[in-house]
Ligand binder design. Structure first.
Ligand code: HC0
Ligand code: SF4
Length: 571
C-alpha cells in the first residue's frame, strides 16, 4: 500500500492509484475535462490532454497532471495552491481562446463541463484572443451532430468508440493548432461504420458531439387540431428523467411523467413496456420454433438498433441470426398506425407517433425505410430523455407537483417483464419467463433469472427446458458483442439464445439519458429502479398481459400469424 498526504490529510491507497483517484478517497474533487472511467470502471480515458487536473508536489519544481501520475509513498500534494489555481485558470483560458464561446445558443448551455469549470474558476474575460479553429458541422447522419469547433481534444469520444465499442470511427488527426478529432479520411459520419450508439455523445464534455434536436417539430403538431399525436415512453426513461429535475438516479417517476405528457397535449400517452410484452410474444415463439428445429441458432435479439446496425455493417453474413421481430419502439409504432386507429375510429394518416427514448440510435431506427407502410412511418419523431426534459422546462410544467396519472389503454398496460427491457439482461429474462411456461406447461413460481442480471459485460447461463439445455449469453457494449460475433464466425459458439445491447449496462445507460459520464454508481441506481418497477407489478410475465391478450384476440390472431408477420416483423 502507498501512503501520501493530500491537502494536509493522510491517505492510504493501492499501488498504481493515480493522485486524482487518491484525492477522491478524501472527497477532494480535482477538476478534469478529459479523465473518465467507462464500461463499469474497466476502461479509463487517461490521456492527460486537458491538463486541468494539475496539482503541486512539494519538493518538486513542476506541476503534475494528477490523473496520469501515480501516487508514491511519502508524496505531499497540494491541489489548490496559488500556483495551481493560477495555472489551472490559464489552461482553461487557453482552451476558451479557441472555442466559439456561444454558450447562450449552445445545446449544452447549463450542462457543459467546460462552462462549469470556467465558472468555478471565476473566468470573466477572454485574455487570449487569436486565431479560432473553424470546421464544417457534420449533421450527415440525422442522428449525431459533430461540431468540432467546440471540441477540446479530450479524446473521451475516441476512447468510447475505439476502446469500449471497438468500432474505431473516431481518431485524432493532425498536430498542434490543426489537431482535431475526425473520422477516417474525414468522411461524414453517415459514410462510416458508425452505429449511432451515441456513446461518444454521452461522454463529450462540451457541445461538440450531440444528438440531432427533434423536439421542436412536436410543438406545432400538438397544436394542430387535425392531428392525433400520441407518445410512447421507453422503459429506461422513467428511472432517469428525474435526474434532470434534481431527483436521485433510479427513482421511478412514471406517474408524474405521464401526467406531464397529458398536460403537454398528447392525445394518447402509451407505454413502450406494453410493446415490449408484445415483442416477447413474438420473440419467444420465434425462439421455440428455431430451437426445436435447430435452425439459425443462436437467436439474437433485435431490439437495439445500434447493435443491428453493427451486425449489418461488420458481420453481414450473420444477419440471419438476428430475430425478425421489430423492436418494441417499432412494434408500438406499427400498432399505433393500424390497431389503435381502428379501435379509436381515427384515420391512420392523422396519427403522429412520438417516441421518448434513452437512445440516439432509435432516431436512426425510426427512419429505416422498411419501418412503415403506405407512405407512413411507424414512428414519426424520436426524442431523447434529455430532449424531453427540455420540452418540460420550456413548457414551465411543474413536473414534480403534478397529480399522478396512468398510461392510456389499449397500449398502456405492461408487465414486470416488459419493464426490465430497459437494463442489460432484461429482454432475455422476460423471454425466458414466457418460453419456460409455454414449453413446460408449468407455472414459473420464481420469475427472477439472477444469472443474467448485473453490469458484467458478458453473462452466461444454461437453462434446462423439458430436458434440453439452452445455452444463453447476455452482452452489453459493442466491444463485448464483437467477442460473441467472432466466436460465431469461428464456429466456436455454444450459445442458443443471445441478448445484445450496444450501451454498457443496456438502455439505462443509453446515450440520450441525462449526462452522467457513464458513472457506474448512477447506472447501478437506474438498474435498481428498473428491477423495482418489475417487482412491484402484480403481473410479471408478458403473456399474462390482458391488453396483449386482447390485441391478439381482436387483431393479431396469434404470435407469428400472417398479420403479426406483416406488421411486427422485419428483415
Ligand atoms: Fe430500450 Fe427497448 S429497452 S431498446 O433499451 O427492446 O432505447 O428503455 O425502448 O424498442 O422496450 C431503448 C429502453 C427501448 C425498444 C424497449 C427494447
Ligand atoms: Fe463510435 Fe458510437 Fe460514436 Fe458512432 S455513435 S462514432 S459508433 S461511439
Amino acid at each position: 500500500m502507498i501512503n501520501l498526504t493530500i491537502d494536509g490529510e493522510r491517505v492510504e491507497v493501492e499501488k498504481g492509484t493515480s493522485i486524482l483517484d487518491a484525492a477522491k478517497k478524501l472527497n477532494i474533487n480535482i477538476p478534469t475535462l478529459c479523465h473518465m472511467y467507462m464500461n463499469n470502471g474497466e476502461v479509463r480515458n487517461c490521456k492527460g490532454t486537458c491538463r486541468v487536473c494539475i496539482v503541486e508536489q512539494e519538493g518538486r519544481g513542476k506541476l503534475i497532471p494528477s490523473c496520469s501520475v501515480e501516487a508514491t509513498d511519502g508524496m505531499v500534494i497540494k491541489t489548490h495552491s496559488p500556483r495551481v489555481i493560477k495555472t489551472r485558470r490559464t489552461i482553461v483560458e487557453l482552451l476558451l481562446s479557441d472555442h466559439p464561446n456561444d454558450c447562450l445558443q449552445c445545446e449544452r448551455n447549463g450542462q457543459c463541463e467546460l462552462q462549469k469549470i470556467a465558472e468555478d474558476l471565476g473566468i470573466r474575460k477572454n485574455r487570449f484572443q487569436g486565431e479560432i479553429s473553424e470546421y464544417p458541422i457534420d449533421d450527415s447522419s440525422n442522428v449525431i451532430v459533430r461540431e468540432m469547433d467546440k471540441c477540446i481534444l479530450c479524446r473521451r469520444c475516441v476512447t468510447a468508440c475505439n476502446e469500449v465499442q471497438k468500432i474505431n470511427v473516431l481518431t485524432p488527426v493532425d498536430r498542434g493548432f490543426k489537431s482535431v478529432i475526425s473520422t477516417f479520411f474525414n468522411k461524414p459520419l453517415v459514410e462510416t461504420n458508425c452505429t449511432y450508439c451515441g456513446q461518444c455523445v454521452a461522454v463529450c464534455p462540451t457541445g461538440a458531439l450531440r444528438e440531432k434536436r427533434d423536439y421542436d417539430r412536436i410543438w406545432p403538431l400538438l397544436d394542430d387540431k387535425t392531428k392525433h399525436v400520441v407518445v410512447q415512453v421507453a422503459p429506461a426513461v422513467r428511472v432517469a428523467l428525474g435526474e434532470e429535475f434534481n431527483i436521485e438516479a433510479g427513482i421511478n417517476i412514471t406517474a408524474k411523467m405521464v401526467a406531464a405528457l397529458k398536460k403537454l397535449g398528447f392525445k394518447g400517452v402509451y407505454d413502450t413496456n406494453f410493446a415490449a410484452d408484445m415483442t416477447i410474444m413474438e420473440e419467444a415463439t420465434e425462439f421455440i420454433e428455431r430451437f426445436t428445429k435447430g435452425e439459425n441458432l443462436p437467436l439474437m435479439t433485435s431490439c437495439c438498433p445500434a447493435w443491428v446496425n453493427f451486425v449489418e455493417k461488420e458481420y453481414p453474413e450473420n444477419t440471419r441470426f438476428i430475430s425478425s421481430c421489430k423492436s418494441p419502439q417499432q412494434i408500438f409504432g406499427a400498432m399505433a398506425k393500424t390497431y389503435l386507429p381502428k379501435k379509436l375510429g381515427v384515420d391512420p394518416k392523422d396519427v403522429v407517433v412520438v417516441s421518448i427514448m434513452p437512445c440516439t440510435a432509435k432516431k436512426y431506427e425510426a427512419n429505416r425505410e422498411e419501418m412503415g407502410r403506405d407512405g407512413m412511418k411507424d414512428v414519426d419523431i424520436v426524442i431523447t430523455t434529455r430532449e424531453f426534459s427540455k420540452m418540460l422546462k420550456e413548457s414551465g410544467i411543474d413536473l414534480l407537483n403534478l397529480k399522478d396519472a396512468d398510461f392510456d389503454n389499449p397500449l398502456g398496460e405492461s408487465t414486470g417483464a416488459g419493464s426490465i427491457f430497459g437494463t442489460t439482461g432484461g429482454v432475455m429474462e422476460a423471454a425466458l419467463r414466457t418460453a419456460y411456461e409455454w414449453v413446460t406447461g408449468e407455472t414459473l413460481e420464481n420469475v427472477d433469472v439472477k444469472d443474467v442480471r448485473g453490469l458484467k459485460g458478458i453473462k452466461e447461463t444454461t437453462v434446462t427446458l423439458n430436458g434440453k439445455d439452452i445455452n444463453i449469453a447476455v452482452a452489453s457494449s459493442l466491444g463485448n458483442a464483437r467477442k460473441i460475433m467472432d466466436e460465431i464466425k469461428d464456429g466456436k459458439s455454444k450459445y442458443h439464445f443471445v441478448e445484445i445491447m450496444a450501451c454498457p449496462g443496456g438502455c439505462i445507460n443509453g446515450a440520450g439519458q441525462p449526462y452522467s459520464k457513464c458513472d457506474t454508481e448512477i447506472v447501478k441506481k437506474r438498474m435498481e429502479g428498473i428491477y423495482s418497477v418489475d417487482s412491484h407489478k402484480t403481473i410479471r410475465k408478458s403473456h399474462e398481459n390482458p391488453m396483449v391478450k386482447q390485441a391478439y384476440q381482436e387483431f393479431f390472431e396469434k404470435p407469428n400469424s400472417h398479420v403479426a408477420h406483416e406488421l411486427l416483423h422485419t428483415k
